[in-house]
Design a protein around this ligand. Structure first.
Ligand code: ADP
Ligand code: MG
Length: 443
């Protein structure tokens, strides 16, 4: 099915020609007619399947066809969890605005507040924003949402994970009128909190789920390597990079500090790597992203700040140096590659510290995961056994555990003390120090 079969306004079809897309993707085929009909929508489809246009096109189509509710208030507001993603969505929206007399604004944290107030005084019809800064502007009364026609929550589950529920509720209350339409999108919407917020913010939504996040992503080859300790992980990383025939590569680490440490190491090995984390100023973040997008640097070392939504054409490989804390982030991190029908490779390192997260990912993906090895770099760690009496220092069976074993695994993970004492993997085991959870990046 082509875009022209979706009943879209001709001016949009003309702008779409620049992209040279043959067909609308499945999510676009299903979501666009529902959104044009004015229904609320809870839509999920795999990473890189074109969700952005699935909400941008109906917003613009409706604006072209209908009179606005108000002269000054924005007609549509699109919210995204990170500044980088908001910026990208804004770019995609702008590319569809060619030849139309609409103005749009990007309102994200880290940028000058007063400049944004000035931009909002020009009454842009479309706003792309991060929820925190948008809520600040509501409080400051720099904009009103009484006339809002469409509210989009892109990566809705991540906004909730980041603790933005209060801001989302405030925005919802500011735009609470019968005719407002709300659209929620993500590759992973099977989250209990998403249901709660959807019940509050959506009105009898239509649910569309195509190739959801936990389903196998056929375009991404996913490999897992067991490792013993930090030095071992770094040796594996070196080998993985040497063997990867990559154009561009994203490495995810657990903490901001690790992004910097690893980047220094990679650069001292003669590779062109750059670190992106939430501890940088927005100007630095913008420069880094732009340098990575232009492939000035081929390797980006980052945290979950970059796990969501970012669409960079030449990212052929993703490496999880550490497993993510939130299970869904695994799906989103690896989804930075294998986009729009391209193939991608994802590699994850699983040390004793990652085991708990790895098991959760394995359960979430409902896949039989076999570990891969690099010749000469085999480690001793074979995984943690769920129960003490089962532990004989033998290799972990790669057979998928039965339902019962899975339940036992969960219990064993909760018993944190015995958990790490049971590791028998040579001398250099890295046992987590007693400290608070590492800081992850939040926007
Ligand atoms: P998602 O939000 O589902 O992760 P995006 O909206 O970021 O995916 O789109 C991923 C990539 O696919 C982008 O580069 C986008 O330009 C491209 N794309 C969007 N629609 C189509 C289409 N119909 N055919 C081919 N590529 C598309
Ligand atoms: Mg997206």
């Amino acid at each position: 099915m082509q875009f022209k079969d979706l009943g879209l306004d001709n001016r949009l079809l003309k702008n779409l020609k620049h992209f040279d897309f043959k067909n609308a993707t499945k999510i676009q085929q299903q979501a666009i007619p529902v959104a044009i009909a004015g229904k609320d929508l809870l839509a999920s489809s795999k990473t890189g399947s074109g969700k952005t246009l699935a909400f941008v096109l109906p917003i613009l189509h409706k604006s072209l066809k209908n009179k606005s509710f108000s002269a000054k208030d924005p007609r549509a507001l699109i919210l995204a969890p990170t500044r980088e993603l908001a910026k990208q969505v804004y770019g995609e929206l702008k590319s569809m605005l060619g030849g139309l007399s609409y103005d749009a604004s990007l309102i994200v944290g880290g940028e000058n507040f007063n400049d944004q107030v000035k931009a909002l005084r020009r009454y842009p019809k479309f706003i792309v924003a991060t929820p925190g800064r948008l809520a600040d502007h509501l409080e400051h009364r720099s904009l009103f949402l009484d006339g809002l026609e469409t509210l989009v929550l892109d990566e809705a589950d991540r906004m909730l994970d980041l603790g933005f529920a209060p801001e989302l509720r405030r925005i919802h209350m500011a735009a609470k009128h019968r005719r407002r339409q709300t659209l929620m999108f993500s590759a992973t919407l099977d989250h209990a909190d998403v249901n709660d917020i959807a019940l509050e913010m959506l009105d009898a939504p239509k649910r569309i789920a195509i190739d959801i996040g936990s389903a196998e992503h056929k375009d991404i080859s996913q490999k897992f390597y067991l490792c013993d300790h930090l030095d071992h992980k770094e040796s594996l990383l070196e080998r993985a990079i040497q063997e990867a025939n990559y154009k561009q590569l994203i490495i995810f680490t657990a903490t901001r500090v690790d992004t910097e440490r690893l980047t220094e190491k990679l650069n001292s090995d003669g590779l062109k790597a750059i670190a992106l984390s939430g501890s940088l100023t927005q100007t630095q973040r913008n420069t880094i992203m732009s340098q990575f997008e232009r492939a000035v640097f081929k390797i980006l070392v980052t945290t979950d700040i970059a796990s969501r939504g970012l669409d960079i054409a030449n990212v052929t490989h993703v490496i999880n140096f550490d497993m993510p804390k939130h299970t869904e982030e695994y799906v989103h991190r690896v989804g930075r590659t294998g986009r729009a029908g391209n193939k991608g490779d994802a590699i994850s390192f699983v040390g004793p510290k990652d085991w708990d997260s790895f098991k959760r990912v394995e359960t979430y993906l409902q896949q039989d995961i076999n570990f891969s090895q690099f010749d000469g770099l085999e480690g001793k760690f074979k995984g943690l056994k769920p129960a003490k009496q089962d532990y004989r220092g033998k290799a972990k069976s790669t057979k998928k555990p039965s339902k019962n074993t899975k339940l036992k695994t969960k219990k064993a993970i909760k018993r944190d003390k015995s958990f790490h004492q049971n590791v028998s993997v040579g001398d250099n085991v890295f046992i987590p120090k007693k400290k608070s959870q590492p800081k992850t990046d939040e926007d």
